[in-house]
Design a protein around this ligand. Structure first.
Ligand SMILES: *[C@@H]1O[C@H](CO)[C@@H](O)[C@H](O)[C@H]1NC(C)=O
Ligand SMILES: *[C@@H]1O[C@H](CO)[C@@H](O)[C@H](O)[C@H]1NC(C)=O
Ligand SMILES: *[C@@H]1O[C@H](CO)[C@@H](O)[C@H](O)[C@H]1NC(C)=O
Ligand SMILES: *[C@@H]1O[C@H](CO)[C@@H](O)[C@H](O)[C@H]1NC(C)=O
Ligand SMILES: *[C@@H]1O[C@H](CO)[C@@H](O)[C@H](O)[C@H]1NC(C)=O
Ligand SMILES: *[C@@H]1O[C@H](CO)[C@@H](O)[C@H](O)[C@H]1NC(C)=O
Ligand SMILES: *[C@@H]1O[C@H](CO)[C@@H](O)[C@H](O)[C@H]1NC(C)=O
Ligand SMILES: *[C@@H]1O[C@H](CO)[C@@H](O)[C@H](O)[C@H]1NC(C)=O
Ligand SMILES: *[C@@H]1O[C@H](CO)[C@@H](O)[C@H](O)[C@H]1NC(C)=O
Ligand SMILES: *[C@@H]1O[C@H](CO)[C@@H](O)[C@H](O)[C@H]1NC(C)=O
Ligand SMILES: *[C@@H]1O[C@H](CO)[C@@H](O)[C@H](O)[C@H]1NC(C)=O
Ligand SMILES: CC(=O)N[C@H]1CO[C@H](CO)[C@@H](O)[C@@H]1O
Length: 690
């Protein structure tokens, strides 16, 4: 859907340009993001407009009192409410939902200083490990409320369209139109023409995933040109191992693997706006840095007793799509590594907002209580981490042993098997992140603004407090993993994550994917992923240009090896070694003073595997065990403002129009019926003059 939409917009505007009448009347809004409809097994959430878009007179609400006009006083309903970011709260939205005087809402961006999270207070509730049969006292966040800011707006169903205004200049244009035409002058009522807004976001799917998937399959079986109405949320998990594993085989149970994980996706109330700086980027960037640190000291792969797997899960924001799929594949022998191979599980969650440099270790109280061997193994993990943090700037602390695990991919593995594991976060109980899964979880949430006028090359290499502090965490993690993997040959102090790498990673994944480093490590045909705008981490619908795919190439760069092969040689080795390695022909950096690049061949153990919920594999669309989130399809999403004439004028126009139509019909009828008389001479063949 995403790809199609991006192509669609320029086309639409092209049409508008050609049509001078339309151009005079309508001003299209070019930088908006809609709220779209998503469905799970039982509900629909999100927003939609009516088929032909919803129109209303604009009313700007900057203070709570401004809403009175919309809800009660205004004489020209329905209204399109241009809502200040601070007012985008559950309380206000509930009021707007109750009335029929609201045609839609356009939210103007303004970061609420007290925090804002449209996710629930208990993210992914019901899909983690805690349930009535496993630690019921911890289920539904009974013991700890992880996201106290959460107002749950993302899970509401709205009958009207809601758009985000992403560009301040456009918001200014709207407000100007409003001020010029809609502001009641000193108590008098506003005069027509009034400034109005029209939002189009009609959704094809309704009710829930069960309904829309049934419609999809009816369409595909009876129609040559099937018109599907919804798509399952899906993308790819990314993983890589220090020692290569044979992906055409299943690893023998005696081979132990230490999993080191992070998540790849985020979300917000609005479609494809998911900066996820703290909720996602902080974790996966740190994991990338730890992978690099380990690879640097482990060129000789034979010394490790246990293998190490780095894994990045996709779709975790929507009830753990990626991790539940990997567990499912492991259980069904469709993944080269099995659950019984997992020796330990270390997960990085949100880690950028450490207070007093404390990093919290979370463990599961239930499995430890149930099994003394798990308890011992968890203690080994905690000890190794503690050991690794000595003489570092990271203070490790254990979260309360009677506290449940925070929402994490590890929970899905624990659900399947008693695996010892630790989840690392910057929060002891409630999140430090005040903008969890919101549009405000941007780079500014975790790093100070880059100085004005700095060049991209400089910005990439700017060492920051954040970069240094994430590198510290990566160092501790890498050292602990090294110790756990059972190699005593090397003093762990030689393992050191590189703050300069972290700085470049932060710049790339928060600000601009299209930077010189990322350009140089990606295959030429994939370089369209590299966008100039800050990237977003919404899982989307199998989107080929999802920025999270860049992680695959960065991981390959940081843990792979360069080979002096030609392109054909690279391809040939790929065919020979495909069980153990993948080979990428990447485009290389720009040659000095030139626009050409010198491509090269990279050998890597990096792989991608499908992150589609097992519910769709099993066709169990009503599943309560697996994620069932689908996204509705739509035909067009756009927004525009224009001046509307008064209702009377519209009626007059309509009446006159109808009168003209009727008259012309009558005239046509008359001419038709008398045609033989009126055109008699011309019809006679003999009358043709020579
Ligand atoms: C505790 O362990 C036993 C076997 O060791 C298992 O059958 C039981 O389901 C476990 N209980 C929980 C809550 O995991
Ligand atoms: C919630 O936790 C408290 C103590 O932490 C416990 O007494 C109570 O039974 C729990 N509620 C449920 C529904 O498990
Ligand atoms: C579907 O989402 C709704 C809204 O968040 C929630 O109340 C419901 O429990 C979910 N259903 C399932 C089966 O998870
Ligand atoms: C807004 O307009 C000003 C002046 O026209 C311009 O300098 C600025 O770059 C614009 N901002 C955006 C975000 O387009
Ligand atoms: C959107 O783009 C069109 C065409 O480039 C332009 O005419 C219009 O003014 C823009 N809209 C706004 C609100 O700036
Ligand atoms: C990988 O496993 C397959 C199936 O067991 C085997 O045929 C192949 O030789 C193995 N490849 C390597 C490189 O060991
Ligand atoms: C912690 O480090 C010390 C030396 O620094 C070492 O003797 C000890 O065995 C380590 N502990 C664990 C659990 O590895
Ligand atoms: C800890 O931080 C201080 C100040 O930022 C720095 O001087 C010191 O080298 C750091 N220590 C380690 C082990 O990184
Ligand atoms: C990683 O990228 C750097 C910078 O472009 C390059 O020098 C290096 O050779 C690359 N390494 C691998 C393994 O791709
Ligand atoms: C790469 O291989 C070519 C031909 O085999 C050789 O001429 C060249 O010197 C090699 N480059 C490096 C950096 O080894
Ligand atoms: C690139 O351009 C600079 C300045 O024009 C020049 O000094 C330098 O020698 C050039 N390098 C190459 C490899 O041509
Ligand atoms: C991008 C960024 O946050 N830059 C900051 C890095 O740290 C230096 C000094 O600590 C600041 O001056 C920069 O603004």
């Amino acid at each position: 859907m995403a790809g199609r939409l991006r192509v669609f917009f320029p086309l639409l505007f092209g049409l508008c340009w050609c049509n001078s009448v339309e151009r005079k009347i309508y001003i299209p809004l070019n930088k908006t993001a809609p709220c779209v409809r998503l469905m799970n097994a039982t509900h629909q959430i999100g927003c939609q407009s009516s088929m032909n878009g919803d129109t209303g007179v604009i009313h700007v609400a900057e203070k709570e009192q401004d809403l009175k006009w919309v809800l009660e006083d205004g004489l020209t309903p329905p209204y399109m409410v241009v809502l200040d970011g601070e007012l985008f709260t559950r309380e206000v939205m509930e009021k707007l939902k109750m009335t029929s005087r609201v045609a839609g809402v356009a939210v103007s961006k303004r970061q609420p200083s007290k925090g804002f999270s449209p996710d629930s207070t208990c993210p992914n509730d019901g899909f983690g490990v805690y349930s009535n049969t496993y630690g019921p006292q911890y289920a539904h966040c009974n013991s700890t409320v992880w996201n106290p800011q959460g107002n749950g707006l993302s899970f509401e169903d709205f009958k009207f369209p809601i758009f985000l205004l992403q560009d301040e200049n456009e918001t200014r244009v709207i407000k100007q139109c409003y001020q010029e035409h809609n502001i009641p002058l000193s108590g008098s009522i506003p005069q027509y023409p009034l400034c109005a807004m029209q939002l189009f976001s009609h959704m094809h799917a309704v009710t829930d995933t069960v309904t829309c998937m049934r419609r999809n399959s009816l369409q595909t079986s009876f129609n040559i040109n099937p018109e599907e109405v919804c798509d399952a949320l899906t993308d790819w998990n990314i993983w890589s191992t220090l020692k290569p594993v044979n992906i055409s085989d299943i690893l023998h149970p005696d081979n132990k693997v230490i999993f080191v994980a992070a998540r790849l996706d985020s979300r917000s109330f609005f479609w494809d706006v998911a900066p996820g700086a703290e909720s996602t980027v902080s974790g996966f960037v740190t994991l990338l840095a730890a992978a690099e640190a380990l690879r640097k000291v482990l060129n000789d792969q034979q010394t490790l007793l246990k293998n190490v797997m780095f894994v990045f899960f996709q779709g975790e924001a929507f009830d753990y799509i990626g991790s539940s799929r990997m567990v499912y594949d492991m259980e069904n022998g469709k993944f080269p590594i099995g659950l019984e191979n997992i020796d330990a599980f270390l997960e990085l969650n949100q880690v950028a907002l450490r207070k007093n440099s404390i990093l919290w270790m979370h463990t599961d109280p239930v499995s430890q209580k149930n099994s003394s061997s798990v308890q011992e193994q968890v203690k080994t993990l905690v000890d190794a981490l503690n050991n690794a943090s000595q003489n570092s700037n990271v203070t490790l602390k254990e979260a309360s042993s009677t506290q449940a695990l925070p929402p994490s991919s590890f929970q899905r593995f624990l659900q399947a098997r008693n695996i010892p594991g630790v989840v690392l976060t910057d929060h002891q109980s409630a999140f430090q992140n005040r903008y969890f899964h919101s549009i405000y979880d941007t780079g500014e949430n975790i790093i100070s603004n880059y100085p004005e006028g700095i060049s991209p090359e400089e910005a990439q290499n700017l060492l920051n407090d954040t970069a240094q502090s994430l590198a510290d965490v990566a160092t501790v993690l890498a050292r602990a993993v090294y110790q756990l993997a059972g190699d005593a040959n090397l003093s762990t102090s030689t393992i050191q994550a590189d703050a300069a790498t972290v700085s470049k990673l932060l710049y790339g994944f928060l600000m601009k994917l299209n930077n010189s480093w990322f350009q140089s490590i990606i295959p030429a045909e994939k370089s369209i992923i590299l966008d100039n705008d800050p990237p977003h981490y919404y899982i989307a619908v199998d989107n080929k240009i999802n920025p999270s795919r860049v992680v695959q190439y960065v991981l390959a760069n940081l843990t792979g090896a360069v080979f002096n092969f030609t392109q054909e040689g690279c391809q040939k080795r790929q065919n020979e070694d495909k069980d153990q390695y993948d080979y990428y022909w990447v485009q290389g950096s720009l040659d000095e003073n030139s626009t050409t690049r010198t491509p090269f061949c990279v050998r890597t153990t990096t792989r991608i595997t499908k992150a589609l919920s097992p519910a769709f594999e099993l066709r169990e669309w009503g599943s309560t065990k697996y994620s069932t989130w689908t996204e509705s399809r739509w035909k067009e999403i756009r927004a525009r403002i224009f001046l509307v004439a008064s209702h009377e004028l519209e009626v007059i126009t309509l009446v006159v129009g109808i009168a003209i139509l009727v008259t012309s019909l009558l005239v046509t009828y008359f001419i038709n019926s008398k045609a033989d008389i009126l055109f008699a001479s011309t019809c006679e063949p003999g009358a043709v003059a020579y």
